[in-house]
Design a protein around this ligand. Structure first.
Ligand code: UGA
Length: 435
């Protein structure tokens, strides 16, 4: 099949590349000419394990191309995906759909016959109807179908998630659209991946419901971790003890500094807004949003406490800045709340992240950027681990102790074993576990 993918951000680039790996002929479109030029040179603008090789292989095979000419890509395709950004609108938390509608309008203007227009961007329920209306209004003489095909990719394991998904969700309202969606994902059905065919509205809502549910699970275990600390219980044991109940499930029960990233914070806020707008408020999700925001803000207090109540003229070594490992993405990362709070409390901050420092330099001021983890901890009164990169799990802890001024470690991701840390002479605190 011939596919045009509008938007070469995270979702668009990964999905377009993976569709070409399925054997489809894919052209990825972006209005950022310099980004297209980089992609044509084989440079991948995001850090995603495995993506560079997959792009190179499919470009070589002639199945994957990049262009800034949207009209040409649309004319050459039967299915057009919209994968442009839907950031949070300032003020009200609603998703900003201006990029989506602008792309749809351009698709309508460029089309020279029937097209299936599929939204892959996360869009609020009801957007499919508005896309259909815009297509009809712009080009009443052309027949269009609209579909919703939300993506469940995690940054850092996006290719695996696309190639081996738990399910594919396809929201359509015609047989033709349903057949085209089935055909697009045929290689997955040979592997018996379930496809959930629904209406467009249900598919749109499934995406938000999935992210809100996962965010709720994380927030639940984070609040349990706070209680564990008060009563001397261990949140790992709680997570395992409840997670082995198949109705609950073990995943997404890792307590930490609060969820971040480009999806959970934005999508939970947008869902809260739509639910309020439709007069069916999701009070549980509202609570998740505020609990998580407050949690991220509170994390710095743990560092102050570990330093004996004051950070004035003390040095804090920060390990990890991105919202999670294996990405360079800093969006809504807990570090963006924690580090400014440490600086306000009078600390000097030395920080290191394997992939996030270019972006972090843009977002944070007053920080000394370190060359590696040991450099970040050089002379530090306290270490705080914010992101659980594997290289931090493998640190030489004796060397860490030797370079620090005082061996105090605040582990916000429960990477180290408390008994081992204490055994090595660290003053160690983690999340929801007794030391
Ligand atoms: C998330 C979803 O997992 C994907 O299914 C979805 O497609 C994607 O959003 C999206 O909507 O595009 P992602 O944001 O890449 O993916 O990252 P996750 O691995 O889900 O982590 C999100 C945040 O939750 C991170 O800050 C992570 O540290 C935190 N988290 C996750 C926890 O604190 N505890 C956990 O147990 C799991």
């Amino acid at each position: 099949m011939r596919v045009a993918m509008i938007g070469t951000g995270y979702v668009g680039l990964v999905s377009g590349t993976c569709f070409s790996e399925f054997g489809h002929s894919v052209v990825c479109v972006d209005n950022d000419q310099s980004k297209i030029e980089r992609l044509l040179r084989g440079e991948i603008p995001i850090y995603e394990p495995g993506l560079e090789d997959l792009v190179a292989r499919n470009v070589r095979a002639g199945r994957l191309g990049f262009t800034s000419d949207l009209a040409e890509a649309v004319r050459g395709a039967e299915v057009v995906f919209i994968a442009v950004g839907t950031p949070s609108r300032r003020g009200d938390g609603h998703a900003d759909l201006s990029y989506v509608f602008e792309a749809v309008r351009q698709v309508a203007l460029a089309a020279d016959g029937y097209r299936l227009v599929v939204t892959k961007s996360t869009v609020p329920v009801g957007t499919g109807g508005r896309v259909r209306a815009l297509l009809a209004e712009t080009r009443p003489e052309i027949e269009f179908d609209v579909a919703s095909n939300p993506e469940f990719l995690r940054e850092g394991s996006a290719i695996e998630d696309f190639m081996r998904p738990d399910r594919v969700v396809a929201g359509t309202d015609s047989d033709r659209a349903r057949d085209l969606m089935t055909e697009l994902y045929r290689p997955l059905f040979l592997m018996e991946t379930p496809i959930v065919h629904t209406t467009i509205e249900s598919a749109e809502l499934i995406k938000y419901a999935a992210n809100a549910f996962l965010a709720t699970k994380i927030t639940f275990i984070n609040e349990m971790a706070d209680l564990c600390e008060k009563v001397g219980a261990n949140v790992h044991d709680i997570a395992r003890g409840i997670g082995l109940d198949g109705r609950i499930g073990r995943k997404f029960l890792h307590a930490g500094p609060g969820f971040g990233g480009s999806c959970f914070p934005k999508d939970t806020r947008a869902l809260v807004s739509s639910a309020q707008q439709y007069g069916a408020p999701l009070t549980l999700v509202e609570q998740v949003v505020s609990s998580n925001e407050a949690r991220k803000r509170r994390m710095a207090e743990r560092v102050v406490a570990a330093a004996g109540g004051s950070l004035r003229d003390k040095t804090v070594g920060v390990l990890g800045l991105t919202f999670k490992p294996n990405t360079d993405d800093m969006r809504e990362a807990p570090s963006l709340d924690i580090i400014p709070a440490l600086l306000r409390a009078g600390a000097r901050v030395r920080a290191y992240d394997p992939e996030g420092m270019t972006e972090a330099r843009r977002l944070l001021t007053g920080v000394t950027w370190a060359a590696d983890a040991y450099d970040a901890l050089e002379g530090a009164d306290v270490a705080v681990l914010i992101t659980e990169w594997n290289q931090f799990r493998a640190l030489d802890l004796d060397r860490v102790k030797a370079v620090m001024k005082t061996p105090v470690m605040v582990d916000l991701r429960n990477v180290y074993a408390p008994s081992e840390m204490v055994g090595r002479g660290f003053t160690y605190t983690s999340i929801g576990r007794p030391t």
